[in-house]
Design a protein around this ligand. Sequence first.
Ligand code: PLP
Length: 294
Amino acid sequence: MAWRFALMIDPAASDDPRTDFSDTFTAVDPAAPALSVGELSTQRGDGIFESVGVVDGHAQEVQAHLDRLVHSAEICDLPIPNLDQWREAVSRAAEHCGPGENVIKLILSRGVEHGPAPTAWVTAAPAADFTRPRKEGVRVVTLDRGYDRGVPARAPWLLLGAKTLSYAVNMAAIREAKRRGADDAVFVTTDGFVLEAPTASLILRLDGIYVTPAPTGGILQGTTQVSAFAWFEEEGLSTAYREIATEELARADAAWLVSSVRLAAPISEIDGIPIPVDADFTARLNAYLLSPRD
Ligand code: PLP
């Protein structure tokens, strides 16, 4: 991995009135070790993160990502991030990205065991080439998430709805999807409702309406999905947030997995059932997602 940049951050309080946070940043060699062995992010996955897409040096939807970082911090009882400080860190990272597509990661960890807390850093790296999934689409399988739709309210300590660093389950789901001959997964609840993909939101076109599962605590509200819905509405198309039953997937006349770095990947197959790929519409959607967005 050809890292472009890494910056350690000494996190400021959310109400710190400073306008210049230069002395809280330390640029480090991204290829060299930088974390303590006592880091709780590495020991326990105890922290939160964001992945921000960068196109030709422009970091996309920074405010939406910072708002979600704050939301995740609230759910996880982490100190609320100082948004001016993080905005400055993101813009420093973006300066190192250059042309093309890159990804900036923001990480806020519980800190070091018996040591300073919290710890935080940002990195910048080139994005993978997603031309193929954006054009040809992805085959998905539904995977049982192992709980019903009532769990977020009943068990808030599961931290559903926070973008935590504990992504081992999400990565295991993608491996399981590949074992089943697909490219990606869509999680469904035990009581038969659609959630999200392990690293993306789901949008379906059903009866001419662009629908996505309501973000009622069990899934992340995707920044790309929100941005795509704004574009659909500008185009005069109808959108809706609602509960989507698993059986409805098969009757979608188009569907996409959307996320900040891969952007819109049309779904070509769900559990072996072909779904039409609307190539022209997807190309226009991705052109919008690649344009500078704030
Ligand atoms: N849902 C999950 C579980 C994710 O990990 C992600 C992104 O990584 C998303 C949805 C999509 O969010 P965004 O569009 O903000 O990248």
